[in-house]
Design a protein around this ligand. Structure first.
Ligand code: FES
Ligand code: FES
Length: 157
């Protein structure tokens, strides 16, 4: 039987009827239409589906949509403000930190969450934060460089 949930996504309140077993990742993509959250492994290994739930980074394939009832979500679509990319997004572009882009939304969300908590992370802290996000094609050097660059930019800006 469907359940009604109310969830704030990127600052907008949605009230939707959902099947209790629909995954949060699928809810965001298929019900809400926010396809920036990617789905890879669906077993919590790749991190492509990473989003913020009440400000904390989570893998949305490991949650049911009903678990988001009454909570706040930020997806990759919610990071840019007034047409301006978020500093992490900008740094990914500047550092060529993606190729196919499949992992990128998850990488950016995880990096953004890290910098919110720790604006001046060491390389080790960046690598640890990103350990649950896999990239098949770029290599991690550029990704780590992008996060360092975003941290620098946030400090100077
Ligand atoms: S799709 Fe969620 S971790 Fe891979
Ligand atoms: S850019 Fe292709 S998987 Fe990371």
């Amino acid at each position: 039987m469907k359940q009604t949930i109310r969830v704030t996504i990127n600052g907008r309140l949605y009230e939707e009827e959902v099947e209790p077993r629909i995954l949060l990742a699928h809810f965001l993509r298929e019900t809400i239409g926010l396809t920036g959250t990617h789905v890879g492994c669906v077993i919590g290994e790749c991190g492509a589906c990473s989003i913020l739930l009440d400000g904390k980074v989570v893998k949305s394939c490991l949650h049911f949509a009903v678990q988001a009832d009454g909570r706040e979500i930020t997806t990759i679509e919610g990071l840019a403000k007034d047409g301006e990319l978020n500093p992490v997004q900008e740094a990914f572009v500047k550092n060529y930190a993606f190729q196919c882009g499949y992992c990128t939304p998850g990488m950016v969300m995880t990096s953004h969450a890290l910098l919110q908590k720790n604006p001046n992370p060491t390389e080790d802290e960046i690598r640890k934060a990103l350990a649950g996000n896999l990239c098949m094609c770029t290599g991690y050097v550029q990704i780590v460089d992008a996060v360092k660059d975003a941290a620098k930019g946030m400090k100077n800006g």
